[in-house]
Design a protein around this ligand. Structure first.
Ligand code: SF4
Ligand code: SF4
Length: 217
């Protein structure tokens, strides 16, 4: 018995200096987990919190109503919203209902991607995408404007401003009764966007003064 113990002690003493390398050697033969970013990009989880997006209704009008609830909910004070009244008489309707977000900015130097702004938004205007490449080398470019955050136009959509679907009320938009821009809206846009101000750019982004960049605090 005493001899066995002595033998075991001798062997463990003998291999002790190289014992720690066992993990190293075993790891050398495992599959490499490193991803060669940026050449190779791993898909994110489906509910990953990435860059924000301002969504549109199916006819292209904006879902944001300029209520500022997202800005109030943000713990990092990263959002700036300035609402304004839609005005059918002057052809300045950007969303169904009374108000729209005239200025909308998110400061990605401050954002911690917590998603509280998304929870606060009553119209589902604000959601988060899976985009995470947000690095830059200057502060100004990390303050995203409304034009950058607006969802691209999909088929059947028209860039705002334009009137609501004829005969529809604001609530009809939320009841899913609007499926695309109607011929009347298209005619209106064709006539009025041709003589519109630079507020409507080539990408179809709208909003009168989204270029304001003052809140770089
Ligand atoms: S994700 Fe969080 S920190 Fe970023 S803007 Fe929204 S509420 Fe603010
Ligand atoms: S994104 Fe939503 S919460 Fe924020 S101002 Fe627009 S409607 Fe209100």
């Amino acid at each position: 018995m005493a001899d066995d113990k002595k033998k075991a002690g001798f062997l463990s003493d003998l291999f002790a200096p190289v014992g720690g390398f066992g993990v190293t050697f075993a790891t050398m033969f495992r599959k490499v987990a490193t991803t060669e970013y940026p050449e190779v990009k791993r898909p994110t989880a489906q509910r990953f919190h990435g860059r924000h997006q301002l969504n549109r209704h199916p006819d292209g009008l904006e879902k944001c109503v300029g209520c500022e609830l997202c800005a109030w909910a943000c713990p990092a004070d990263a959002i700036l919203v300035e609402g304004a009244n839609n005005d059918d008489l002057s052809g300045q309707r950007f969303s169904p209902g009374e108000r729209y977000g005239r200025v909308y900015q998110i400061n990605y130097l401050r954002c911690i991607f917590c998603g509280l702004c998304i929870e606060a938004c009553p119209t589902r205007a604000l959601t988060m995408t899976n985009k995470y490449e947000l690095a830059d080398n200057n502060r100004a470019d990390l303050i995203f404007t409304k034009e950058q955050l607006l969802a691209p136009l999909q088929g059947g959509m028209l860039a705002a401003p334009h009137p609501m679907v004829e005969g529809m009320e604001e609530r009809d938009y939320y009841l899913g009764k609007v499926s695309e821009a109607t011929p009347t809206q298209k005619d209106w846009a064709q006539t009025n966007h041709a003589q519109a101000s630079p507020a409507i750019d080539a990408t179809g982004a709208s909003g009168s003064t989204g270029a304001v960049k003052e809140p770089a605090q």
